[in-house]
Design a protein around this ligand. Structure first.
Ligand SMILES: [Fe+2]
Ligand SMILES: [Fe+2]
Length: 335
């Protein structure tokens, strides 16, 4: 049983081949930060970006500065500890590597975008000091702290608490907070801005899509083995959590767009986030709640962009994942 507190190290006979397959798929997606180049971004920040866009970018950098470290922390302390499948732990090993790459990517971003040391420090402290970024971090910490003291999932209530933690990080943090931020980046890319960040986002986006898929598969396995845990009360808690995540992300949006950015409004972002939230609800096995349409045509470009990357000067080896999965790949699931 996948939530059994006794350590399972048996790979033969293989109990969860779907997780092993996901691990095999995930190791085809390997990239390094050596392939990133933020030099054109630096010129854009100096010459092309409006003050309103500069504020939005500042908030994005503040979110990215620590977000993947929070995800990695939860992965090690909770996912790895409580999902008792050696196959899933193999996948988590690759996910942890991905998260460290993301941490390194956004460290590079901070170093390139913010020359001033004091301002760099502020970016790393944003999760404590900038209210809209802090709210997102606090949301994560709430669902981490609630299970911090759980050594063994030996009661149904503890098992439900862990399920909430999984849903929080898959559907709300990686699945909604990050996707909101990706939309801002692609909006800027659509205006011809920040090609370095756009390229980094293409790669992070693909990783995150796979991380969400992994956690959703873990949740599906839990649901099939412990259907009684998913009672009406738990379902209500999950719906309330996703509703709260939307609110938290919209507070970030109000701040990020507080000076107005042409072509991007809180109303449009709300529609987009509701559209994404519906995708997550469907992945979790629920009906769509918001029935919103994707209002961003520039996100449609996201489906094909990495294959015809008009910004990239260098051909990278990162096409491996595409060769393996075909041309429409993972983006279809979310968009
Ligand atoms: Fe990440
Ligand atoms: Fe992730």
């Amino acid at each position: 049983m996948i939530l059994n507190p006794e350590l399972n190290l048996t790979l033969r006979p293989m109990q969860y081949p779907e997780f092993f397959q996901l691990y095999k798929d995930s190791i085809k997606n390997i990239w390094t930060t050596d392939e990133l180049d933020f030099s054109i971004d630096f010129e854009h920040l100096r010459d092309k970006v409006s003050p309103q866009e500069a504020h939005l970018i500042k908030r994005l950098v503040a979110f990215f500065a620590t977000a993947d470290n929070i995800v990695a922390h939860n992965l090690v302390l909770n996912f790895y500890k409580h999902v008792n499948s050696p196959e899933y732990r193999m996948f988590l090993g690759k996910q942890l590597f991905d998260e460290m790459l993301h941490v390194e990517t956004y460290l590079l971003l901070v170093d390139n975008y913010i020359p001033d040391m004091e301002e760099r420090r502020e970016a790393f402290d944003a999760y404590k000091n900038i209210p809209s970024v802090k709210r997102k971090a606090d949301f994560c910490f709430k669902y981490m702290d609630s299970i911090e003291k759980l050594d063994k999932l030996d009661t149904e209530e503890k098992q439900r608490q862990f399920i909430e933690n999984l849903v929080c990080f898959a559907a709300c943090v990686e699945g909604l907070f990050f996707f909101g931020s990706f939309a801002y980046v692609y909006y800027l890319r659509n205006k011809g801005l920040l090609p370095g960040l756009a390229t980094a986002t293409n790669w992070v986006f693909r990783d995150e899509t796979m991380h969400i898929e992994g956690a959703m598969k873990a949740l599906a396995a839990i649901k099939s083995e412990y259907p009684h845990l998913f009672d009406a009360k738990l379902e209500k808690r999950i719906h309330t959590m996703i509703e709260e995540a939307l609110e938290v992300e919209m507070a970030f949006c109000s701040d990020a767009l507080s000076f107005g950015v042409t072509g991007l409004s809180p109303a449009l972002m709300y529609e987009y986030l509701q559209y994404v939230a519906d995708q997550r609800l469907v992945q979790l096995g629920f009906a769509k709640k918001y029935k919103a349409k994707n209002p961003f045509t520039f996100m449609v470009l996201q489906d094909v962009q990495p294959l015809t990357n008009f910004f990239e000067k260098k051909v990278t080896e990162y096409q491996k994942g595409f060769e393996a999965k075909g041309t429409s790949v993972v983006f279809d699931e979310a968009f």
